[in-house]
Design a protein around this ligand. Structure first.
Ligand SMILES: Cc1cc2nc3c(=O)[nH]c(=O)nc-3n(C[C@H](O)[C@H](O)[C@H](O)COP(=O)(O)OP(=O)(O)OC[C@H]3O[C@@H](n4cnc5c(N)ncnc54)[C@H](O)[C@@H]3O)c2cc1C
Length: 475
C-alpha cells in the first residue's frame, strides 16, 4: 500500500492535546498521544533512507527506520521491543528528548518538509506496550556473584542498573529521595511526564531484580570507599546528577517567597502540591509569580505556578530567539497564559518588614556584541530600572553538579566546574572500579545523554567485573 502513496504529500500529523483553557486547571498530561491510525500515517512519511542520519543523531543510536517500519506494518508491540533494545526508557524519551535537535533535526524529510515525528512515534509504541501490559521480562544471564552499587536513581543510574542486572550482576541502587527517577520524578512536572510512566519503567527494573534502597544519602549514610571496602560491592556507579541550584547572587534573594526552581518543582512533584487540597503544601500556591530564566526548567516552573493559581511572568535577560528552552515548551507556556518579559534582568528582590517578598526590581537590557557562547551579550540600559509587584520569585538559571559525593571521596578527580572526571570511552573515574555518568559528569544536560553515558559505563563495568580491569580506553 505504501508504494501507491506519495509519502511527501502526507503532512506531519498533529498530536491531539488538551485545550489551553482546560489544561491550566489540571496537571494531566497535555498531549494525548497518537492513535494507531495517526501513528501509521505518520510512520508512512518515513522514506527509509539507506544511510539514516536520524540514527547517528540519536545519542543511543536507536534503530529508528526499523521501529518506524514496524509501526507502518501495524506491528506496534514489535516496534516497542525494537526500541527497547537500545533504550530502556522509551516512554520517557518519547516525551522529553529534544528531538528537534537530535533525530528529527537530522531527518532528511525535514530538509523540505516537516521532519518525521520520530519522538511521537517512539512514545506511541512505548505507550501501546504499557497499556496492554505486554511488557515481557527477558532472560537474565547466569549470576556472576558480583555486586554493584549504583548511587542515584536518575536516568543514568537506572540505565546502568538495567544493563548490569541483565548481564547477571546483583545491583543495588541507593537514592537520596523517597522515590526513584531523579529529575524525571522530582523535576519534570506531571503534565509533561506523568509519574505513572516513570514508576512503570522503574517497576520493570524491579522485576528484573534490581534492588532499590531509598532515603539513603551516599556521603552521609556511607561513603563510596565504605561501599567498596566494608559493604563488599565490587564496583560503584556514581549518577548523582546536577541538583545544586545556581542563584543570581542579588540582594533580597534570601527573602521568604524566593525559591530555586528545584525546590519549587520538588514541592510540586514529590510533596504533591499539585494535589491540593488533598495534600496541603500551601507555601507554593502564590498569586503573583516571577520565574527568572529562559530554559526548560523555567518553563516547567512557570507552567506549574500557573496551574497552582498564579499570575506568572518569565523574566529573561536575552531575546526570545536566544531562549534555551524547547520551542514547543515556550509555545505551550505562551498558549497557557504565561507572560514574558524579555531583555529584562532582575537586580534585587524587595520585601516587607516580615521578610516576605513584595516585588522585584529589574533593568531593561539590549543586545551587544556576541559573548563566549556566540550569543549577543545582553547589556543593561542605564536608568531603565522598574519594579514588578510580586509575592514569589523562582530562580531557574541553571544547576551545578551535586557536590556531596566528590566532597566525601577525596581520591575522586573533579574538574574546576565540580563535575566528576571520567574517561569518555569507559566512564571509569580516577578510582579503579568506580564509574560515573550523566549530569554529574557532563554538567546539566539531557535525559538521553545521561542514559547514553550510563550505557557506556555498564558495558565497561561488565568487563571490569569479569576481568578485574577495563580494557584500555574502552571496548
Ligand atoms: C525541571 C527540569 C526539566 C528538565 N527537562 C528536560 C527535558 O525535557 N528533556 C531532557 O532531555 N532533559 C531535561 N532535563 C534534564 C534531565 O532531566 C537531566 O539531564 C537528567 O535527569 C540527568 O540524569 P542523571 O541520572 O544524571 O541525574 P538526575 O536525574 O539528577 O538523578 C540523580 C539522582 O541522584 C540522587 N542523588 C544525588 N546525590 C545523591 C547521594 N549523595 N546519594 C544518593 N542519591 C543521590 C538524586 O536525588 C537524583 O535522584 C530537565 C531538568 C530539570 C531540572
Amino acid at each position: 500500500m505504501s508504494q501507491a502513496i506519495d509519502k511527501k504529500s502526507i503532512p506531519r500529523q498533529p498530536m491531539p492535546e488538551q485545550e489551553p483553557e482546560d489544561r491550566v486547571r489540571n496537571f494531566d498530561e497535555v498531549p494525548y498521544g497518537f492513535t494507531a491510525e495517526l501513528a501509521k500515517l505518520e510512520a508512512l512519511r518515513c522514506i527509509m533512507c539507506k544511510n539514516p542520519k536520524c540514527v547517528a543523531a540519536c545519542p543511543v543510536n536507536i534503530d529508528i527506520p526499523a521501529f518506524v517500519a514496524l509501526i507502518q506494518a501495524g506491528k506496534f508491540l514489535e516496534a516497542a521491543r525494537k526500541i527497547k533494545q537500545d533504550n530502556a526508557l522509551p516512554a520517557v524519551c518519547g516525551r522529553v528528548c529534544p528531538q528537534e535537535e537530535q533525530c528529527e533535526g537530522a531527518c532528511v524529510i525535514g530538509l523540505k518538509h516537516q521532519p518525521v515525528a520520530i519522538g511521537r512515534l517512539e512514545r506511541f509504541a512505548a505507550d501501546y506496550e504499557r497499556h496492554r501490559a505486554a511488557v515481557t521480562i527477558p532472560e537474565l544471564a547466569p549470576p556472576t556473584g558480583k555486586r554493584v552499587a549504583v548511587v542515584g536513581a536518575g536516568p543514568a543510574g537506572l540505565t546502568v542498573a538495567g544493563d548490569l542486572v541483565l548481564k547477571g550482576h546483583q545491583v543495588t541502587v541507593f537514592e537520596a529521595l523517597q522515590e526513584p527517577g531523579g529529575v524525571l520524578m522530582y523535576g519534570i512536572p506531571e503534565f509533561r511526564l506523568p509519574k505513572e510512566i516513570v514508576r512503570a519503567e522503574v517497576d520493570y527494573l524491579r522485576k528484573l531484580g534490581v534492588q532499590f534502597v531509598m532515603d539513603y544519602v551516599v556521603g552521609r549514610n556511607s561513603t563510596i570507599r565504605e561501599l567498596l571496602d566494608e559493604e563488599g560491592y565490587h564496583a560503584v556507579f556514581i549518577g548523582t546528577g546536577a541538583g545544586l541550584p545556581s542563584f543570581m547572587e542579588m540582594p533580597g534573594e534570601n527573602l521568604i517567597g524566593v525559591y530555586s526552581a528545584n525546590e519549587y518543582l520538588t514541592r510540586a512533584n514529590l510533596m504533591k502540591a499539585y494535589l491540593f487540597p488533598e495534600y496541603d503544601t500551601p507555601p507554593i500556591r502564590r498569586r503573583r509569580v516571577a520565574v527568572i530564566g529562559g530554559g526548560n526548567v523555567a518553563m516547567d516552573s512557570a507552567r506549574t505556578a500557573l496551574r497552582l493559581g498564579g499570575d506568572v511572568t518569565i523574566v529573561y535577560r536575552r531575546a526570545r530567539e536566544q531562549m534555551p528552552a524547547r520551542v514547543e515548551e515556550v509555545h505551550h507556556a505562551e498558549q497557557e497564559g504565561v507572560k514574558f518579559r524579555l531583555l529584562t534582568n532582575p537586580t534585587r528582590v524587595l520585601g516587607d518588614r516580615r521578610h516576605r517578598v513584595t516585588g522585584m526590581e529589574c533593568i531593561e537590557m539590549e543586545l551587544g556584541e556576541p559573548d563566549e557562547s556566540g550569543r549577543r551579550r545582553p547589556v543593561p540600559k542605564k536608568g531603565s530600572e522598574f519594579v514588578i509587584e510580586l509575592d514569589t520569585v523562582i530562580v531557574a538559571i541553571g544547576n551545578k553538579p551535586n557536590p556531596l559525593v566528590p566532597r566525601t571521596t577525596p581520591e575522586l578527580q573533579v574538574s574546576k566546574w565540580g563535575t566528576v572526571v571520567a574517561d569518555p570511552k569507559t566512564m571509569q573515574t580516577s578510582i579503579p572500579g568506580v564509574f560515573a555518568g550523566g549530569d554529574i559528569v557532563s554538567g546539566a544536560a539531557t535525559v538521553i545523554l545521561a542514559m547514553g553515558q550510563g550505557r557506556i559505563a555498564a558495558r565497561s563495568m561488565d568487563t571490569y567485573l569479569r576481568n578485574g580491569a577495563v580494557a584500555e580506553s574502552g571496548s
